[in-house]
Design a protein around this ligand. Sequence first.
Ligand SMILES: NC(=O)C1=CN([C@@H]2O[C@H](COP(=O)(O)OP(=O)(O)OC[C@H]3O[C@@H](n4cnc5c(N)ncnc54)[C@H](OP(=O)(O)O)[C@@H]3O)[C@@H](O)[C@H]2O)C=CC1
Ligand SMILES: O=C(O)C1=NCCCC1
Length: 346
Amino acid sequence: MTASPEMAVSSANSTLDFDSLVLLLERIFVRHGTSAEVARALALNCAGAERDGAHSHGVFRIPGYVSTLKSGWVNGQAVPVVEDVASGFVRVDAGNGFAQPALAAARALLVEKARSAGIAVLAIRNSHHFAALWPDVEPFAYEGLVALSVVNSMTCVVPHGADRPLFGTNPIAFAAPRADGDPIVFDLATSAIAHGDVQIAARKGERLPAGMGVDGLGQPTQDPKAILEGGALLPFGGHKGSALSMMVELLAAALTGGNFSFEFDWKNHPGAKTPWTGQLLIVIDPSKAAGQSFAERSQELVRQMHGVGLKRLPGDRRHHQRAKSNADGIQLDADTLANLRELAGI
Ligand SMILES: NC(=O)C1=CN([C@@H]2O[C@H](COP(=O)(O)OP(=O)(O)OC[C@H]3O[C@@H](n4cnc5c(N)ncnc54)[C@H](OP(=O)(O)O)[C@@H]3O)[C@@H](O)[C@H]2O)C=CC1
Ligand SMILES: O=C(O)C1=NCCCC1
């Protein structure tokens, strides 16, 4: 039987199973103007983030998606146009739609090229990425492929050594298969903290650790509201994170034909939250490389890391939370769930 948001909600503890959360989010997206395909791609991403405890890009983002769609800034009905441009290169014009449906539209061609040429690049332009990036790379590693992706976002990060913001929080995500266990995956903003986490801290009235951002006068602050209201974030690791953020601008925008983070302009679109930028994916088939099986070698690396005392690999926390959510359901607080149901018109 197909799950429905009505039947799967326990009113006592506001717990949903994954499929029911996906269905609820799909309803919200369709109700606010997306096609069924776009709704499915966004709902799977957002519910996956919530399930895995990646809260800065889980259901917390839904009001932002809705206000962006309502403002007319994003086309929720866009049909991506896929171009097969070279043996190892696929281009997609997302048509001012979201990036996830653009990736979905090009995915089969990208994998076919990666498997035949050993490596393939996907360049998505005119797109909106308002989400966690790991869902875009992790599935490739489950298919035995190595994947790297970058996305640029809206200006809110001061380049190292500068005095005003220019870069986005520009995440980088990487996934690689290993012989025993879940793929090795990391996904990180190149800012000291994701913008979403600053918003969450502001709502909760919490202070941030030192070194995350500056206020409107360029002075260091631990007050998230001062960062959000006229201030800015800093790159992680000083000049090193700043260089990576610059690389993301070049790969996700200059190379794809998308906007740089400083080129978005919301002024005629009140309530819009997502920038209009680009995304680059590089997919490698490691079976083409010389030497032993890549998955065995990556497993050996993990074994050695554990051998020197490492307790937590990137991705471990998410996978533990995923297992817990799959067993016990996804917990939402009652107000959040009520708001989602209202947005879904239930
Ligand atoms: N769409 C967009 O434009 C943007 C999206 N984002 C998204 O925001 C999300 C959050 O980014 P960010 O706040 O930088 O992520 P985190 O700093 O929380 O985590 C970054 C990575 O490091 C791992 N990690 C964290 N702590 C440890 C530890 N102690 N030991 C080992 N590994 C660790 C995480 O694994 P684990 O997940 O298992 O904790 C994760 O892979 C990302 O999903 C990113 O894609 C950010 C900026 C812009
Ligand atoms: O958390 C962040 O940082 C961002 N997330 C989605 C869109 C832009 C920035």
